[in-house]
Design a protein around this ligand. Structure first.
Ligand SMILES: [Cu+2]
Length: 140
């Protein structure tokens, strides 16, 4: 009798745990965006959707994050998550300095640049004057 009760208790316990895990999964506690068709791409900085229209500069999110700090010798990878073309071009709009230029990046395309020297690097998009970002390279 005592043994039966213990077995029953164990079964109920396991059932409750499984149910709990199932509920957590349903609430996306562990899994994010599983059902969303949106493509998640890897990158240090992304160009989010709709930045081809002005507005993102108000929240400083045309490149997200708009300011990134890295150590000397490391790289930054930008990913275009928008449906429009964008570029990652060093310098200021209409005044590129020639250090790096991704050219037109297709949707889902990425661009990587290695920063060998410390300093503050401004960059912009040649197609959208409001898109600005900055890479800060610190001493290793
Ligand atoms: Cu752009």
């Amino acid at each position: 009798m005592e043994r039966k009760r213990t077995v029953l208790g164990t079964i109920i316990g396991i059932f409750v745990i499984v149910l709990g895990i199932a509920i957590l999964f349903q609430n996306n506690a562990f899994v994010q965006d599983v059902n969303e068709p949106k493509i998640i791409l890897k990158g240090d900085v992304v160009m989010p959707s709709k930045v081809s229209r002005p507005g993102c500069e108000k929240t400083d999110s045309c490149y997200t994050p708009s300011k990134i700090v890295i150590k000397q010798g490391n790289s930054v990878t930008w990913v275009n998550e928008d449906s429009a073309f964008h570029s990652v071009t060093s310098g200021y709009y209409a005044d590129p300095n020639g250090l790096f230029d991704s050219g037109y990046l297709d949707p889902e395309a990425s661009f990587t640049f290695v920063f060998e020297n410390i300093g503050t690097y401004d960059y912009f998009c040649t197609l959208h004057p409001w898109m600005k970002g900055q890479v800060i390279v610190e001493l290793l």
